[in-house]
Ligand binder design. Structure first.
Ligand SMILES: Cc1cc2nc3c(=O)[nH]c(=O)nc-3n(C[C@H](O)[C@H](O)[C@H](O)COP(=O)(O)O)c2cc1C
Length: 506
């Protein structure tokens, strides 16, 4: 893995990442500083070749220019070692790679994500019709157009209007020479190299002569089965292909001092409150603790109910208490590791019986009750701190639709007597995490699913995870801003048919 093969291409230049500043300290050492911290480098202002090297990387220089600048001072072997340093800077994200035109202007920047990658070039014919893979997305970052791809550990930043136009043309598909002809002549050679590189990396694909477009099935068996948003989230929320540096990833608390952290417990809804029964936990510790293996083995998704005996409210109360209540509260003070985030923030926590990434406990449980003995049919919020239900709506057409959606989700096998809608207060997690917030929320929802499955099984309630809920109906019923709080999972419940576990054992 190396960029050293680019030595003969003067239009490929390397320069420090725009988020990286370099300054000299009083001792004469160069200090590299970025949003995630600073380190005093071994490069010194009083060593001629080091000063030249750092200056070139600040301005941007090709490998040939760097070699030319340091060779007279260092000789063959040490010059080779300097170029290996550029390689290291690129692979670790300290430097970016820029394509420049003959008249020196930057055209396109390759921003590496901190994983080794070797630029290679596929052969390219002038009349070859190129089109972006469907996994490429254009977005705006400040005043630049960015091309994201989950296929490689880098993203592209367009530096000129001509490059913007080229990228747009390739979104639709165009012969290479024709797409390039619209760019100013000094830029064409460099941009042709860029197209060959993107073709090699699978970001640009070739349109066969007889085809107007490519479908997902032209991309191979594995690619065809990925949806664009799924692959993007996968590659952005795991390290490897996502941008690690510059505060773009993980629990970096980017919002301290900008926004208040969301409270650990959402403000209570103001509707009618329905008290819920609590189980005798001491009794349960004694009677149920040794039975986990049995609970695991008897756990099934159950899509049939005892219609004579709808789920009793008392059982619903016990289930919610055991799976979702707030067990205790505390608070911790945090400071961001990012240089552009000032100050500290106190964050409250409201712990629940299940584990959660960052102890955010952003999940809220709402429910649509169809048939629940002791509870009017309608839509409720489970107030996990007060252990009660708060009525939000009666059996409105929207609630009816949510219940019907749950029936559809079971493949029309069962009409859950109660459907839990697991909602997330998104900023509770996004306040802390970059890149992984939504994937953490979905993981947490999975944890809550399994907790509900196990507790329901232990209690003799019929549980069934549901994969497809409706966020628009949820918005209409609750009136909540879907950017702030929205449903991320659903879970069907009902009373277990008599003898169900005996049947399973057989
Ligand atoms: C995240 C998740 C989503 C699910 N979605 C549905 C669904 O929409 N409809 C359904 O009938 N079952 C759904 N299930 C239940 C699975 O089909 C079930 O867990 C799987 O078939 C294994 O069977 P078992 O749970 O009985 O062991 C879901 C389960 C999980 C964990």
């Amino acid at each position: 893995m190396s960029i050293l093969g680019l030595s003969s291409r003067p239009s490929f230049r390397f320069r420090f990442h725009p988020g990286q500043t370099v300054a000299a300290n009083d001792d004469g050492a160069f200090v590299f500083r970025s949003i995630t911290g600073e380190f005093v480098s071994t490069y010194r202002t009083d060593v001629e070749w080091q000063r030249r090297f750092v200056e070139l990387l600040q301005r941007g220089a090709s490998l040939a220019a760097i070699r030319k600048a340091v060779f007279p001072l260092l000789g063959v072997q040490k010059t080779a070692a300097v170029l290996v340093q550029v390689d290291y800077f690129f692979h670790t994200g300290i430097a970016v790679m820029q394509l420049t035109s003959d008249d020196d202007g930057a055209l396109l920047t390759f921003v590496p994500h901190g994983a080794p990658c070797t630029p290679k070039f596929a052969p390219l014919e002038d009349d070859e019709r190129l089109v972006f893979s469907r996994f490429s997305t254009l977005r705006r970052d400040d005043d630049r157009i960015v091309v994201d791809t989950p296929l490689q550990p880098y993203h592209l930043v367009s530096e000129t209007p001509a490059t913007d136009a080229l990228l747009m043309r390739l979104m639709r598909g165009a012969p290479a020479a024709q797409a390039l002809a619209a760019c100013p002549a000094p830029a064409r050679t460099a941009l042709r190299d860029a197209l060959a590189l993107l073709k090699h990396d699978g970001i640009l694909l070739t349109l066969p002569a007889n085809r107007a477009c490519l479908t997902r099935h032209d991309e191979g068996e594995a690619s065809a089965q990925w949806d664009v948003h799924d692959l993007q989230m996968h590659s952005r929320s795991r390290s490897g292909y996502t941008q690690l540096g510059y505060g773009e990833f993980g629990g970096v608390f980017p919002n301290i001092g900008r926004y208040e952290p969301r409270p650990a417990v959402r403000p209570a809804w103001s509707g009618e409150r329905i008290a819920l029964a609590k189980p005798d936990m001491e009794e349960l510790y004694k009677s149920e603790f040794p039975a986990l293996a049995g609970v695991q083995d008897y756990r099934r998704s159950v899509r049939e109910y005892n219609e004579e005996q709808p789920l009793p409210l008392e059982q619903l109360g016990h289930l919610l208490y055991r799976a979702c209540r707030v067990t205790f509260r505390d608070e911790t003070e945090f400071e961001s590791p990012l240089a552009d985030v000032d100050g500290k923030a106190k964050v409250e926590f409201a712990w629940r019986p299940y584990p959660t990434g960052g102890a955010s406990y952003e999940l809220e449980v709402y429910l649509s009750a169809d048939r629940c003995a002791g509870l009017d049919s309608g839509f409720y919020h489970y107030d996990a701190e007060r252990h009660c239900l708060v009525r939000i709506a009666g059996r409105t057409p929207e609630v009816e639709e949510l219940l019907h959606g749950a029936y559809v989700a079971t493949g029309y096998q069962a009409k859950p007597q109660v459907v839990l809608h697991i909602a997330a207060r998104f900023q509770r997690v996004a306040w802390k995490y970059r890149a992984i917030a939504y994937s953490v929320i979905l993981k947490n929802a999975g944890v809550l699913y399994q907790t509900l499955y196990l507790v329901a099984t232990a209690m003799g309630i019929a549980p069934c995870g549901l994969g497809s809920g409706n966020i628009e109906l949820f918005r209409r019923i609750t009136g909540l801003d879907p950017m702030v709080e929205g449903s991320v999972g659903d879970f069907g419940l009902g009373s277990l048919p008599a003898g169900y576990h005996d049947r399973l054992r057989r």
